[in-house]
Design a protein around this ligand. Structure first.
Ligand code: R5P
Length: 310
């Protein structure tokens, strides 16, 4: 067990989640004043004493991405200067993750840049949920624990008691995640051959596997514009699927994504609250607060995180 007192605090990105995590941990959330100077610069004051404490800052870097990221960096700097014992950046959604390699010339690797910023600002450890790709763990030269959203999504899918299910990955990059779901749900899987042509347009070419007569569980890590999910659902229906449920750890829902999805042949869209969400229409939001609080409890008490996924 850590000798340091456990403290949890939050910026403006997702205080509701942070409060819920504190409720599960049975502690009071530490008070932070996160405001803006008149010129828009971030003004942070942590109101409680942090000296020598084991501090967890809960802040997804979701939209407004730059605001939330910068706020996280300023809070980390603040905690370091306040002599916190250890500082863990709890990042339920890690923005800028999708540029994780040079897929063409003259492009940045923003996932690495953001990892560098977080470490430089003062994080000793990162606790995240479903990075877009596992190699992002290695972009940080500090300890990283990555939680997996299937832990909360799979029990919900099981509760729907669908009979002939098939997991569908909307792109080849998602097959590893789809395999996790198909193993957990003990069913077949299929894959779509997708090509992204721009930030908001993806062309889905072909479906490899058999979804005819099946209740398809379309699995992705992020829903951003909704294009991938919408086209994947349409293709599955064209290939004879009986129904389609979409699930994703992170619901970014950029622009009119929710409208787009509402017009698609999708029965239900399941996401977690890694990003603030309002449950409405076909959107089902599952809470990650129990998962995060258990991980924080384990880190604080030097217990295994991987045991949570055995
Ligand atoms: C891509 O590699 C990701 O796994 C998701 O498929 C993608 O981010 C979804 O984006 P959108 O909803 O804009 O199609």
């Amino acid at each position: 067990m850590s000798d340091f007192e456990l403290k949890v605090l939050s910026g403006n990105a997702h205080p509701v989640l942070a409060e819920d995590v504190c409720r599960h941990l049975g502690i009071k959330m530490s008070r932070t004043r996160a405001q803006r100077f008149p010129d828009g610069e971030i003004d942070i004051k942590v109101e409680d004493d942090m000296r020598g404490c084991d501090v967890f800052v809960i802040q997804p870097t979701s939209p407004p991405v730059n605001e939330n990221l910068m706020e996280l960096l300023v809070i980390l700097d603040c905690l370091r200067r306040a002599s916190a014992g250890t500082i863990t950046a709890v990042i339920p959604y890690f923005g800028y993750a999708r540029l994780d390699r040079k897929a063409e010339g003259r492009v940045p690797i923003t996932a690495k840049l953001v990892a560098n910023l977080i470490v430089t600002a003062g994080a000793d450890r990162v606790l995240a949920l479903d990075f877009h790709s596992p190699q992002i763990q290695g972009f940080f030269d500090i300890s990283v624990d990555e939680l997996l959203g299937f832990k909360v999504i799979v029990p919900y899918i099981k509760s729907l008691k669908k009979k002939a299910i098939c997991v569908l990955s909307p792109d080849v990059g998602g097959t590893k995640l789809a395999r996790v779901y198909s193993k957990q749900l003990n069913c077949e899987m299929a894959v779509v051959d997708k090509r992204r042509v721009s930030g908001d347009t993806a062309i889905l070419y072909n479906l490899i596997g058999d979804v005819a007569g099946k209740d398809v569980i379309l699995v992705d890590d992020i829903i951003a514009t909704g294009g991938t999910i919408v086209e994947g659902a349409k293709l599955a229906k064209e290939k004879g699927a009986s129904s389609v449920i979409a699930c994703s750890t992170h619901g970014v829902f950029a622009g009119d994504a929710l409208k787009r999805i509402a017009a698609a042949p999708v029965e239900e869209v399941i996401v977690t609250n890694s990003i603030p969400q309002r449950e409405e229409g076909r959107l089902r939001v599952l809470s990650i607060a129990p998962l995060l609080s258990e991980a924080i409890h384990r880190i604080h008490n030097d217990l295994s995180i991987s045991a949570m996924f055995d």
